[in-house]
Design a protein around this ligand. Structure first.
Ligand code: 5GP
Ligand code: ZN
Length: 122
């Protein structure tokens, strides 16, 4: 039963569809488990979203089985920051989680933001 629910979620979820290339995006990195693409509404010169191909809703619903995947997301951000030459100037990594944080897409995603001096966080 849960398997079927996940299938339905993955057919309708925007980021599942982007990682399956059913919806186009500017791809920055892809591996067996990870997908990274430009944010459609960038907040800085570099604004990339790093997601797992497997559907996880957010940090609040992740569990210990997701440890390796979460680590890979962060190391992918590190690699992309080097590729984009913002690793020395610095960058911000953000996991918006649920409504108060402004999460609008319910598929876990790590924002990699940089390329300019960023303002203070709320
Ligand atoms: P959230 O607010 O959920 O943390 O961030 C979701 C991000 O996804 C936003 O920064 C938004 O600009 C981006 N986004 C929403 N829809 C699309 C889309 O269809 N394509 C791409 N590339 N980014 C999207
Ligand atoms: Zn999804």
């Amino acid at each position: 039963m849960f398997g079927n629910c996940l299938e339905i979620v993955m057919k309708t979820c925007l980021f599942c569809q982007i990682s399956q290339k059913q919806i186009p995006s500017k791809v920055q990195f892809e591996s067996g488990e990870i997908f990274a693409f430009d944010d459609a509404n960038p907040k800085a010169p570099v604004h990339i979203l790093i997601i797992p191909k497997r559907h996880i809703e957010n940090v609040a619903t992740a569990n210990s089985q997701d440890k390796k995947l979460l680590g890979e997301m962060i190391l992918t951000a590190q690699k992309l920051a080097q590729d984009k030459k913002i690793d020395q100037t610095g960058y911000r990594l953000v996991f918006n989680t649920r409504r108060h944080a402004g999460q609008i897409v319910d598929h876990i995603h790590l924002h990699l933001i940089g390329g300019k001096k960023l303002g203070q966080m709320a």
